[in-house]
Write a protein that binds this ligand. Structure first.
Ligand code: ADP
Length: 243
């Protein structure tokens, strides 16, 4: 059994009379230690997949098996424990607490976790050994996002989900964040990343899932998917992003 399995998962949102099927029969598997990229246009359903995997949202139908347990059956209390202990999340906006230092921000997230990692060490691991006592306003966007990664790492999660982690950064800061993510992948952390960073997807990931209009249109290893996409909509998407 794979470490993460989403099986025939559906998520529908209703606004008045209009129903949007954000996830329409999503099925995939992720092995421990894989770095999987989810690509797709805005509105394709990527964040919905991540939010369900992260226990922040629940699906309407289908299984979400993490390490042998189906979290789609979890009650609120079980989901809280799951979010706290088993999975990390890194968002587009880092949401650090402004009046706490980098170290204090990390400690705040990990103090409720039994097997937390040392806050200073996680900051050293993301290259911020000299910035431990700085406040967020004293850090660049790239550094703040690295604090957010340290914050996720400090809780010693089995997997980290990244939702467009570099989209809010100035271009010159994207590389330093991707470099840390690449290092984490090489260390064997299981990572699922929604991103539009095509080079990163092509060069660093184990597998790419391309979503379109709520479904997985195509998935495969990056080499195949980028050089020889099977679906017309995959090549259209790639042409738009790769030029
Ligand atoms: P992506 O991450 O690929 O941009 P999302 O998963 O955020 O896509 O959204 C998929 C679809 O679901 C979109 O049409 C979006 O407007 C809709 N959607 C997402 N979240 C909600 C919500 N909380 N309420 C209503 N519609 C939503």
């Amino acid at each position: 059994m794979a470490y993460i399995e989403m099986k025939h998962s559906y998520k529908r949102y209703k606004t008045g009379d209009v129903e949007i099927i954000a996830n329409n029969d999503i099925t995939f598997e992720i092995e421990k230690g894989e770095l999987v990229i989810i690509l797709g246009s805005s509105g394709a359903g990527k964040s919905t997949v991540l939010n369900i995997l992260g226990g922040m949202d629940t699906n309407d139908e289908g299984k979400v098996i993490i390490d042998g347990k189906d979290i789609s059956n979890y009650n609120a209390k079980q989901l809280t424990a799951y979010r706290r202990n088993d999975v990390g999340f890194v968002f587009q906006f880092y949401n650090l607490v402004s009046n706490l230092t980098a170290k204090e921000n990390v400690e705040l997230a990990s103090e409720i976790v039994a097997d937390a990692k040392d806050a200073e060490q996680t900051l050293i691991d993301v290259g911020l050994g000299k910035r431990i006592n700085n406040f967020p306003a004293q850090l660049s966007g790239g550094e703040q996002q690295r604090v957010a990664i340290a914050r996720a790492l400090s809780r010693n999660p089995d997997a980290i989900l990244f939702d467009e982690p570099t989209s809010a950064l100035d271009p010159e800061m994207v590389g330093e964040v991707l470099k840390i993510m690449q290092d984490l992948a090489q260390e064997g952390l299981t990572m699922i990343v929604v991103t539009h960073e095509m080079e990163f997807a092509r060069d660093v990931s184990n597998r790419v899932i391309f979503m379109d209009k709520g479904v997985i249109a195509e998935e495969g290893n990056p080499e195949d998917l980028f050089t020889n996409p099977k679906e017309e909509r995959t090549s259209e998407f790639l042409q738009r992003y790769l030029g």
